[in-house]
Design a binder for this molecule. Structure first.
Ligand code: URA
Length: 198
């Protein structure tokens, strides 16, 4: 069987059997395997589940714009997540109308997919893993916060792989100030420079 299909069946099995909290569908990673560059995000949102691909919603549009700006396309890289289902919360307004929104995955939910992400990393066999935001950073490294380590290359002894931590592209939508935007842009330029060494 196709390796992507095998991964998606394992993911689907985990999601189908998960009853502890509300979830809104699941997806698998996207892009070639093996591949030199692996991007790891947090968890899919509504658009990702609808389209069956990571980073195709609002954060994904920012991500793809910057990816293209350093001369890469989605066809050159593998993109995946730390949690493969959409973690949701359902709130009821005063009028009784229900609204569904995204939430950060719980540690227990991230752990459900520990073996899947480990397997995907070994199948992709990347030269460099780019973590997007705090969730994949904490899952894969000992760093406590993206603020202390973004935009630099580290060799991770446990994984025996190079890691390049970056802010999550959705941080651009809640950190709209120009200083943050310039720093975020600069991290992509640093990634471009780093990739030349590989
Ligand atoms: N944000 C993520 O972290 N992952 C996605 O797939 C989409 C948005």
């Amino acid at each position: 069987m196709d390796i992507n299909k095998e991964l998606s069946e394992k993911i689907k099995h985990i999601c189908d059997n998960y009853t502890a909290s509300e979830i809104g569908g699941c997806i698998t990673g996207d892009g070639p395997m093996p591949c030199h560059i692996l991007f790891v995000g947090e968890a899919p949102g509504k658009t990702e589940v609808l389209e069956g691909k990571p980073f195709v919603g609002m954060a994904g549009q920012n991500f793809e714009k910057y990816l293209n700006s350093i001369g890469l396309t989605r066809n050159n890289v593998r993109i995946t997540n730390t949690c493969f289902f959409r973690p949701i919360k359902i709130s009821e307004g005063k009028n009784g109308r229900k609204t569904i929104s995204n939430r950060t995955p719980k540690i227990s939910e991230i752990n459900l997919f520990k073996d899947i992400l480990d397997e995907e990393i070994s199948l992709v066999n990347p030269k460099i893993i780019v973590t997007l935001g705090n969730v994949p950073l904490k899952r894969l490294t000992e760093f406590k916060s993206i603020g202390n380590c973004h935009g630099s290359l580290y060799f991770n002894e446990k994984l025996k792989r190079y890691i390049f931590p970056m802010y999550h592209p959705s941080s651009l939508t809640y950190n709209r100030n120009e200083t943050f935007k310039a720093m975020y842009q600069d991290d992509w330029i640093k990634l471009k420079e780093t990739l030349k060494k590989f």
